[in-house]
Ligand binder design. Structure first.
Ligand SMILES: NC(=O)c1ccc[n+]([C@@H]2O[C@H](COP(=O)([O-])OP(=O)(O)OC[C@H]3O[C@@H](n4cnc5c(N)ncnc54)[C@H](O)[C@@H]3O)[C@@H](O)[C@H]2O)c1
Length: 249
């Protein structure tokens, strides 16, 4: 079978964590010819880059704070300058707010969560659309199952991810004529550093509410490969729930 991203160039924003590594690994295995990995903490990308480059893949890294729209444009321009075009963008950066009920939440905590998860995704879609309008492309946003189910003590996160689902649909409509497909995934829980601030035992409790158990980053990356590739060429504006059945009951 031909690798599904053969000849494509891709940028993964927020590539430094568990899901970012799984996406990068899957994209490399699917034949991307150029892969730019960007993160707020770019030093953490080195081992991943070295592993993939050591296996013969063309992988470069960049510093990027997705809350800075101009910086996002510059990283996209870097990819275009290196490889002539950008075919795929994954908006994967994410943070969770402090675990708090709404009456205890500061405006700053609310705003910073929306700035990364929602405004960062807007910056990515905008930067990608500015260059992809010439030739088409695929944008995949990482939302969350918390966009479609209510999680107490995580109000700004759910609101931001619900915003990502909505923005995905709007962008899909705005850019369909220019052959830019925009989709998102809504993952359930999988182990990653994003859960580090949870109280002891909380992840086990969350896991027990997933009929198929806790996921793995690779389970979500597989869905992202599908949405990034021509395999999903007639799918746009879709929010693909990948949650081990969490949202069913
Ligand atoms: N782990 C889960 O259970 C889960 C479930 C649903 C959705 N998600 C989403 O998956 C995505 C990846 O998260 P993960 O679980 O791998 O967590 P992670 O903490 O391992 O990775 C998140 C990455 O985002 C980067 N980041 C944070 N702020 C940034 C900024 N301003 N600019 C650029 N990069 C920034 C971090 O440096 C980190 O590398 C996130 O969007 C998250 O919301 C995770």
């Amino acid at each position: 079978m031909t690798p599904r991203l053969m000849g494509k160039t891709a940028l993964v924003a927020g590539a430094g964590g568990a899901l970012g590594a799984a996406i990068a690994t899957a994209f490399a295995a699917e034949g991307v010819r150029g892969l730019l990995l960007a993160d707020l903490a770019p030093d953490g990308l080195r081992p991943l880059r070295d592993r993939l480059a050591g296996a013969g893949h063309t992988v470069v890294t960049a510093a990027l704070d997705v809350t800075d729209g101009e910086a996002f444009d510059e990283v996209v321009a870097d990819a275009v300058q290196r490889w002539g075009r950008l075919d795929v963008l994954v908006n994967n950066a994410g943070v969770v707010p402090p675990n708090a009920r709404l009456h205890n939440l500061s405006t700053e905590a609310w705003s910073s969560c929306l700035a990364v998860n929602l405004t960062g995704t807007f910056h990515g879609i905008r930067a990608a659309a500015r260059v992809m309008r010439e030739h088409g492309g695929a944008v995949v946003n990482t939302a969350s199952v918390s966009a479609v189910t209510a999680w107490p003590h995580a109000g700004p996160y759910g609101a931001a991810k619900a915003g990502v689902v909505h923005l995905t649909k709007v962008a899909a409509l705005e850019y369909a004529k220019e052959r830019i497909r925009v989709n998102c995934v809504c993952p359930g829980a999988f182990p990653s550093a994003i859960h580090d601030g949870l109280p002891a035992g909380a992840l086990e409790s969350i896991a027990s509410r997933h009929p198929l158990g806790l996921g793995r980053p690779e389970d979500v990356a597989a869905a992202i490969v599908h949405l990034a590739s021509e395999e999903s060429r007639w799918t746009t504006g879709h929010a693909l729930i990948v949650d081990g059945g969490y949202s069913l009951p």
